[in-house]
Structures are given as C-alpha cells and as structure tokens.
Ligand binder design. Structure first.
Ligand SMILES: [Zn+2]
Length: 94
C-alpha cells in the first residue's frame, strides 16, 4: 500500500460533468474501496480516500478536504484504464 498525494486543480479547471465530494469529518475518508492505495490531501496530508483502486481516481474526481478546505483533484497516471471504472475511455497519451 502506498500513500498518493492528490493535486491542486489547474486555473480554470472545472470539469462540467464532474462533482466535488466534500469531506465533512477530517477523521473519515470520503471514499473507501478495496484497492491498494490511500489518497491524501496535497496541502495537509489528510486521508481523503482510503484503499482505492487506481481506475476510480480519475481527473474528474475532486475532494474538498475537511481539514484545510483545499479542493484536491486526482492525478491520472499512465497505464490505468479509467474507462473500466466509470465507462469512460482511457485518456489519450500526450
Ligand atoms: Zn487538507
């Protein structure tokens, strides 16, 4: 298991069809799954999503940290089939 930091949204980056999950209790992650990795706030390191499968952590997923109020965006990585999670096509390689 590893801890993966999320990232800050880029200026103007507001995916129209994405939603922001708001964490209300800093002691409780918003999501938990059965995957290998924990995802933490880029600013304060608070646990936002626990043991998540990587294909769910796509760039449309945003989580507002209960501790520092930062909106975090998931970092997409190469080689992950995000389409398998939400019926989305995998991102084109740059
Ligand atoms: Zn935070």
């Amino acid at each position: 298991m590893s801890r993966i930091a999320m990232r800050l949204p880029e200026p103007g980056e507001i995916p129209p069809d994405g939603g922001t999950a708001v964490q209300e209790d800093p002691e409780r992650p918003v999501f938990s799954g059965n995957g290998p990795d924990d995802y933490v706030c880029v600013r304060c390191g608070n646990l936002l999503a626990a043991t998540m499968p990587p294909e769910y952590m796509n760039r449309k997923l945003r989580i507002k940290c209960a501790r520092c109020r930062t909106i975090n965006v998931a970092v997409e990585v190469e080689g992950v089939d995000y389409g398998s999670a939400f019926g989305r096509r995998p991102p084109r390689s740059a």
